[in-house]
Design a protein around this ligand. Sequence first.
Ligand code: BMA
Length: 384
Amino acid sequence: MFESLISISTKSEKIRLLFVKIILLLFIVSSCKSTTALMRKDAQLADAKATKETKYLYNRINALSKVGYAFGHQDATAYGMGWKNDGKLYKSDVNEVTGDHPAVHGFELGHLELGHTQNLDTVNFGLMKTLIRKAHQKGGIITISWHPNNPVSLKSSWDHTPAVYAILKGAPLHQKYRAWLRKVADFMLDLKDASGNAIPVAFRPFHEMSGPWFWWGEGHCSSEEYKKLWQETFDILTNDYEVHNLLYIYAPDVVEDSAGYLKYYPGDNFVDMLGIDIYHKRSAEEFMTILKKDLAILKKVATDKKMPYALTESGLNMIPIPNWWTQVLDKEIGGTGIAWALFWRNAWPNHYFAPFTGQGSSEDFVTFKNLPHVLFLKDIKKIR
Ligand code: BMA
């Protein structure tokens, strides 16, 4: 384009155009530079060797939290009310109701450590990888939780036999724990996109530690043991097993104050993002009060640490309140700066957290989806 313009111009015109060309080139070069600098500056991730796709995910999470919050659903495409993915489908209850899929797709690794072919919620790990690749390819964000069995008793995550001390470095079951992490690492490393790049994952291990229900939770290990477990897990995954496609999310359950929030916090060098899990368990009023209080705590801690933050699990089982999405949930979480809110799985007729066709809160859910600050898959696709 420049050449043809130059050919029709006089000598002085030629000089003028050359000047414009140089300015344009300088502008392009400098804007590329500043984008790179911005990314580096923004993405001070815990893992110094985090891949560029992982840094990109981190920047994208930050960017979308400025626009609104993303809607997430656990196992959205793996199964739903009355259906289970046989490997040939790509559907979600959420898409059936609203015409769009969730923006954030939650998956769960529990029982991977045991070498099982399916997780504790009967999702085949091969299928899970396919669904992760698909959600990523469509522009979705992947977050993964892990409910490992108790390494001492080998019973479930909910078995309280003291175990954290037993898997730390130098302890009797440390090698066994390393072997468990090898399986987690292999899974994460196998998540490749069409170009062969590792798909970045927001990993949320050992969650809800402020509550007493898991073997790594309150009352079953000391906070020092918990911190060590997190730090050693991070070290083994990144340094020993060379997994560099993870953002690490620290996510307690409901807490009283920021000291409570940070009780088990392993340190800024081991965490990229902060979360909190808050369910609507009793009255709407109580849920709203807890959301207000705990999201303020989360926001304060995250702002101090300059980290993105999210409502990493939430929901009202069976959603019996027809306008729950717009009149209860969004009233408290809208405008809080959370990057996403993830709702738990649609498991059974008495254990579901997202609407499906005909469910009582479906209409309100569509209104909720259409709120400008509520982001579904097609909305976050535009945020690059
Ligand atoms: C719980 C329930 C369980 C499930 C676990 C891990 O909240 O949904 O049925 O096994 O999460 O996904």
